[in-house]
Design a protein around this ligand. Structure first.
Ligand code: AHR
Length: 324
């Protein structure tokens, strides 16, 4: 790829991540609260910076609250936003349950709630819209890749789950299991949470390797996000094995570090999750405030598979520096 085409791809990706696609002048001057989960992953860091960039471009005064992975902090932050009388609230909910009371309080105060990247088990009338991927599909895409990759060969999989009780952990597990159902040669031998972090992914993978004949019995690791996969890659190397070859690595997010690993032959597949959840949420809010247009309740983002055939070095180059 020429330097010119590389720059063109970088520019178009940067624009896709940060541009304000339709005129949303009515958002200028609004105060919007953002209750973010924390900074457990590279993807999460990118979502935070894209959201801040989107808000700035639209003239929104964004009040940011980092919950450090704790639902109680998110609930406190949302109550604080309600007390301040903000115009709308963005929430990336750490887990699925336990939101009904605080979302009802926001509804009572007539403050629209927009969910980002994860869902909640609560009545749909408590939020304006939910912008997220189809997480079951993400798991299915990862599983279908493995099914095609191993063919009829026996394959013992270890699974690194995301945060317990979060919708991506629940749904990505379900989708992967659906994809491998009917393929008796592929079994999930071990499955444990790595909490979506690199450090925990490495630690849990070390345990899997010990329990599975020094890793010799493991055919593939399926990680619910790239950060845990990167941690697992380190654990595989520390055990004297070759990630990507001795143990296949498939995960979800599409962060620069997984593309670097793929370019080095140490990761095999990832399913991209866009960090631009705020763009569609702000567009929905703009239309709603303009004339009461009810947005789609679920705005679904794309889930695209990347493998070493997709120029991982180029993907790394275009993504690094975009807030990941
Ligand atoms: O909810 C989205 C998930 O949360 C991302 O896949 C993961 O990296 C993040 O922590």
């Amino acid at each position: 790829m020429t330097i010119i085409s590389k720059l063109a791809i970088a520019a178009s990706l940067a624009t896709a991540l940060t541009s304000v696609s339709i005129a949303q002048e009515n958002l200028s001057g609004l105060v919007v609260g953002f209750s973010q989960i924390g900074s457990e992953s590279g993807w999460r860091a990118a979502e935070t910076s894209v959201t801040k960039q989107q808000a700035e471009a639209l003239g929104i005064d964004l009040k940011f609250a980092d919950a450090q992975q704790k639902q109680e902090n998110q609930i406190k932050a949302i109550r604080g936003f309600i007390a301040q009388g903000v115009d709308a609230i963005l929430v990336a909910p750490v887990v699925a349950t336990g939101w009904e009371d605080v979302l009802s309080e926001a509804k009572e105060a007539e403050i629209p709630i927009m969910l980002l990247d994860r869902g909640v088990d609560a009545p749909e009338d408590l939020y304006l819209t939910s912008v997220a991927s189809d997480q079951v599909l993400e798991g299915r895409v990862a599983g279908e890749w493995l099914v095609a990759e191993v063919g009829d060969a026996d394959c013992k999989v270890v699974e690194l789950q995301g945060t317990v009780g979060s919708t991506p952990a629940i749904n990505r597990k379900q989708g992967f299991e659906e994809a491998i159902a009917g393929h008796a040669n592929i079994v999930i031998a071990r499955s444990q949470t790595g909490d979506f972090t690199r450090a925990k992914g490495k630690e849990v993978m070390e345990g899997f390797i010990k329990a599975e004949n020094g890793g010799a019995d493991i055919c593939a690791v399926y990680a619910h996000n790239d950060d845990m996969a990167v941690g697992a890659i380190q654990a595989i190397k520390d055990a004297g094995l070759k990630p990507g070859t001795d143990i296949k690595v498939v995960s979800i997010d599409g962060v620069p570090d997984i593309f670097a690993a793929m370019a080095a032959g140490e990761a095999n597949a990832t399913v991209e999750l866009t960090p631009n959840m705020a763009g569609p949420a702000f567009a929905a809010l703009s239309a709603y405030l303009a004339d009461g247009t009810e947005p789609e309740k679920f705005i679904i983002t794309e889930s695209k598979l990347y493998t070493p055939a997709d120029n991982p070095q180029g993907e790394y180059d275009t993504r690094k520096g975009l807030g990941y």
